[in-house]
Design a protein. Structure first.
Length: 281
């Protein structure tokens, strides 16, 4: 059932994210969606009031990735030109513009809560940015104190200039079940998923894949990794070394995987189909 629809004329929506609900609160007042558009604008929509609440223009290039900070107080957005902006939905002001990935489209932005001094830096939140050129930056931030410190910089090797190859996206995600670790997939020397330890500053585990992945999601409830591929294939991988389970059913490249917050359902999307999977056992 279609509940509500927002339309922006003459612009395409490139990315969107739900605002995190405040801890202990589960109500309509926190139902907000932020969307990034092809003209570099960001719009915040209230689902409960069915209206646009805010429009910002922090980018001069099309948006390619967007997310909220874990407390919902900041919006992180990445553009086709590789710039990352940090903006306040309360004031509509852009607070930081980070040019570390300049020149390569941002493919992923993700935030996670962390304790102070976990990695010898101050900040209540970790976040990462991934760009198409196989680089990942990890940051520690304290938004109230206006602090944003680079914690780690990862660059993954790949064969030289693959002519005519449609390079798969570079994707990274913090690992919910392995503290201080992130998972990376992308074009490289081998077709694999890499587990990187932020404490050891090195790749600690490699998981072989049947092809280069086009989408990635890590379950928040169990050590499961969902991966999508061009060959219309969805793989559910039990980590660290369980047997993979492969599923058909898509009509094209599986370009999106998303576990529900409960971890009991998985949403996947291809060219013209959205599938919802239920995980049993």
């Amino acid at each position: 059932e279609l509940v509500v629809q927002f339309q922006v004329l003459n612009q395409s929506c490139q990315c969107l994210a739900w605002k995190p609900r405040p801890l202990g609160l589960w109500g309509a007042e926190s139902q907000h969606v932020v969307a990034g558009y092809s003209d570099g604008t960001i719009r915040v929509f209230s689902v409960s009031r069915t209206e646009m609440e805010l429009k910002m223009h922090p980018h001069s290039a099309a948006l390619t990735a967007i997310t909220y900070s874990t407390d919902g107080e900041m919006i992180l957005s990445g553009g086709k030109d590789g710039l990352v902006a940090v903006s306040s939905p309360r004031t509509g002001m852009t607070i930081h513009v980070l040019a570390d990935h300049k020149g390569s489209p941002i493919t992923v932005l993700q935030c996670t809560r962390k304790q102070y001094h976990d990695f010898g830096v101050e900040g209540g939140e970790l976040w990462l940015a991934t760009s198409l050129d196989r680089r990942v930056s990890v940051w520690a931030s304290d938004w109230l104190q206006d602090k944003c410190e680079l914690l780690d910089w990862l660059s993954f090797p790949a064969p030289a200039d693959p002519e005519g190859l449609d390079v798969p996206p570079s994707l990274a995600a913090f690992c919910p079940w392995e503290q201080g670790a992130l998972v990376y997939v992308g074009f490289g020397v081998q077709e694999e998923a890499l587990f990187y330890s932020l404490r050891k500053k090195q790749v600690v585990r490699r998981v072989s894949l049947p092809a280069f992945a086009t989408s990635l999601s890590l379950s928040p409830a169990a050590p499961f990794m969902a991966l999508g591929f061009r060959a219309r294939l969805l793989r559910l991988q039990l980590c660290p070394d369980g047997d993979p389970q492969d599923y058909a059913g898509h009509d094209d490249t599986v370009h999106l995987c998303r576990f529900a917050p409960s971890g009991r359902r998985l949403l996947t999307a291809s060219q013209s189909a959205v599938l919802v999977w239920e995980l049993t056992g």
